[in-house]
Design a protein. Structure first.
Length: 130
């Protein structure tokens, strides 16, 4: 039995111990490189969201300006309608018969004709329908 154990001892390989590499020769772990894609994606999302929020603010400002212009246009339209009604009233009163007679007498010196100087012509029923 002793012979068998000696042969087994010779046949067994002897483990070789390798020296551990020094810290200076070992490459440094790049922890920030592993996080860089996530960091880059986060920055991209922040930029995209900032651009979208800026667009929303610009859109709201444009809508506010359009509303102000619309309000001014509506106020101007109301003023013009009121002025139009006033001018319409003046026109109707200026076109009335007493007003025309008064202006004809004061500016042109015209006077109404006497009833005996007025002549009427009857054109007949045939001409009235046309």
């Amino acid at each position: 039995m002793a012979a068998w154990s000696q042969n087994a001892a010779v046949a067994a390989p002897v483990p070789v111990r390798r020296p551990r590499p020094s810290l200076a020769a070992r490459p440094k772990p790049r922890a920030h490189a592993a996080r860089r894609p996530g960091l880059l994606a986060g920055v991209v999302w922040i930029v995209v969201l900032a651009a979208l929020l800026g667009g929303i603010v610009a859109l709201n400002v444009a809508v506010l300006q359009l509303n102000q212009r619309l309000e001014r246009a509506n106020a101007r339209a109301a003023e013009l309608k009121a002025a139009n009604l006033a001018l319409s009233g003046e026109l109707s009163s200026a076109g009335s018969a007493p007003q025309v007679a008064s202006i004809a007498h004061s500016r042109l010196g015209l006077v109404p004709a006497a009833p005996d100087q007025t002549t009427y012509i009857d054109l007949g029923a045939a001409h009235r329908d046309k």
